[in-house]
Ligand binder design. Sequence first.
Ligand SMILES: [Zn+2]
Length: 113
Amino acid sequence: MHELAITESILKIALESAEQHGAKRVRAIRLAIGPFSGVVPECVQTYLDVLAKGTAAEGAKIEARQLPLRVRCRDCGKEGEVSRTRIECPFCGGLRLERLSGKECTVENLEVE
Ligand SMILES: [Zn+2]
C-alpha cells in the first residue's frame, strides 16, 4: 500500500509537470530516495505500469537515485553524510547521531518528449 500511494503522487507530479512543459510523453521519471524512505523502486515501477495506462506517462521508466543519509553529531555538533553500513560521525567517530534526513522520496526530474 505504501508504494501505491507514493506512485499515485509521483504520477500526478509527473503528469502536471509534463503538461506545464508541453510534453507529449514522459519517458522516464527520476526519483531521489532516502535510505530510510522504505520505497522500493521496483514496486513503484510495477504500480506505475498499471496506473499510467492511457496517460502521457504510459510506459515511463522509474530511475531511482539513493540519497545519502544526513546526520548531526551530538558530540562535535557537525553535520555530515553517513552510509548505511558505517553509521558514525565522519568527523569524530561519535555514535550519538541525530538523523536529519533519510525518508525523502521526491521526483528529481523527468525525461519527456
Ligand atoms: Zn562528531
